[in-house]
Write a protein that binds this ligand. Sequence first.
Ligand code: THU
Length: 135
Amino acid sequence: MDTQTRQRLIAAATAARAHAYAPYSHYSVGAALLTRTGKVYTGVNVENAAFPSGMCAERVAVFKAVSEGERSFAAIAVVTENGGAPCGACRQVLAEFGLDLEVVVADRAGRVVLETTLADLLPAAFQPDDLPREE
Ligand code: THU
């Protein structure tokens, strides 16, 4: 992705991260998902006293976007304290909408720790085409 897009997404994810609700792990995550039409949807992790009921930042961003009618994504930025990469469940949810997604991961200072594609993060992904079509 170009420098301007990378900075735009990292800035949006960093700003969103301030709204993370992470009273249990204290690990705040912000995500910013860019649609192919140029819109950005942000997400944060939202934890819950019933731990498994919480949700990751990346999936919040995807679900917000899809619920607004978006299905075509170009890139996602994820910002964490230390540049931790998206979890497996988030990779799977993102894979539903295309493996060519560009992924950039940055730390709390905005330093890029990883820049890759979803195809590289999730090899041999299970995708919609793997399901038999209805007759
Ligand atoms: N988390 C995310 O938001 N995204 C990831 O890809 C990894 C983990 C959140 C979930 C939980 O609220 C906290 O980080 C610690 O696991």
